[in-house]
Design a protein around this ligand. Structure first.
Ligand code: URA
Length: 239
């Protein structure tokens, strides 16, 4: 647990762009005056070199790093082509995903698949769901499909970070406010952020609505906007 806490601190400093830390020496007793010294400590790289998706899965193991593990059936790591130039990031598994261990397989997932495949076809881009990569901010289902808590996102975030660093896609599409905030750090609502480009570690991030939101009947306008967002991201990646 202590190692995990240390790792979280180091990640925090790394996010601030700090590459080295100076560890303070134990105070020297007054009787032996000495030059104050600092010990240089290289920060470990966040993603191990030559990281791979199987290695990340292995490191996750039967993860119990946060409370979401208590109610889960299956860890939902990710699915699709690990060399895809486009990655979709959702919020967290729902009941169907938790049962199958695969992201976006329930109703929202079916809508996402249709949106990707139909939009690509209409735009003359040859693309099926299996050609892209899909994952979530948290890998275990939050109880009652509640939003993941900040500490859960932070703990699981190391795995998302490694996944995205390994795949290094040309673009990422953030589905919904939780994914948008986790990837960009921006705090605005999804309606303000959608349709715009942000960045995650220099990789362009397009924000759009979560498919669950689009499933609500009255969201016709949001559906049209999501289709526009998707078109933009597909042309950016595949033209
Ligand atoms: N909603 C998500 O955010 N992710 C899934 O995998 C399924 C539903």
């Amino acid at each position: 647990m202590e190692v995990e806490r240390l790792r979280q601190y180091l990640e925090f400093y790394q996010d601030l762009g700090i590459k080295t830390l100076y560890r303070q020496q134990a105070p020297v007793p007054a009787a032996q005056p000495a030059e104050p010294r600092a010990i240089l400590m290289e920060l470990p790289p966040l993603a191990p070199t030559n990281d791979t998706l199987p290695k990340i899965i292995e490191d996750m193991g039967d993860c119990h790093r946060c409370r979401l593990s208590e109610g889960r059936n299956k860890i939902v790591f990710g699915v699709g082509d690990p060399e895809s130039p486009l990655v979709f990031v959702g919020e967290g598994p729902g009941a169907d995903e938790d049962a199958q261990g695969i992201p976006f397989v329930g109703r929202a997932g079916q809508l996402l698949t249709q949106m990707i495949e139909n939009t690509a076809k209409k735009e003359g881009i040859e693309l099926l769901r299996k050609d892209i990569y899909i994952c979530n901010v948290v890998k275990c289902r939050p109880p009652e499909n509640r939003n993941p808590e900040p500490d859960e996102m932070e703990i699981c975030g190391q795995f998302l970070h490694r996944q995205l660093s390994t795949i290094r896609p040309k673009a990422i599409c953030a589905l919904g406010g939780i994914a948008a905030r986790a990837l960009t750090g921006h705090k605005e609502g999804v309606t303000k952020m959608r349709g715009k480009w942000f960045k995650w570690q220099e990789i362009p991030v397009m924000v759009t609505y979560h498919p669950s939101y689009l499933l609500r009947q009255y969201n016709q306008e949001a559906k049209r906007e999501a289709w526009e967002d998707l078109k933009r991201v597909l042309h950016f990646v595949y033209d």
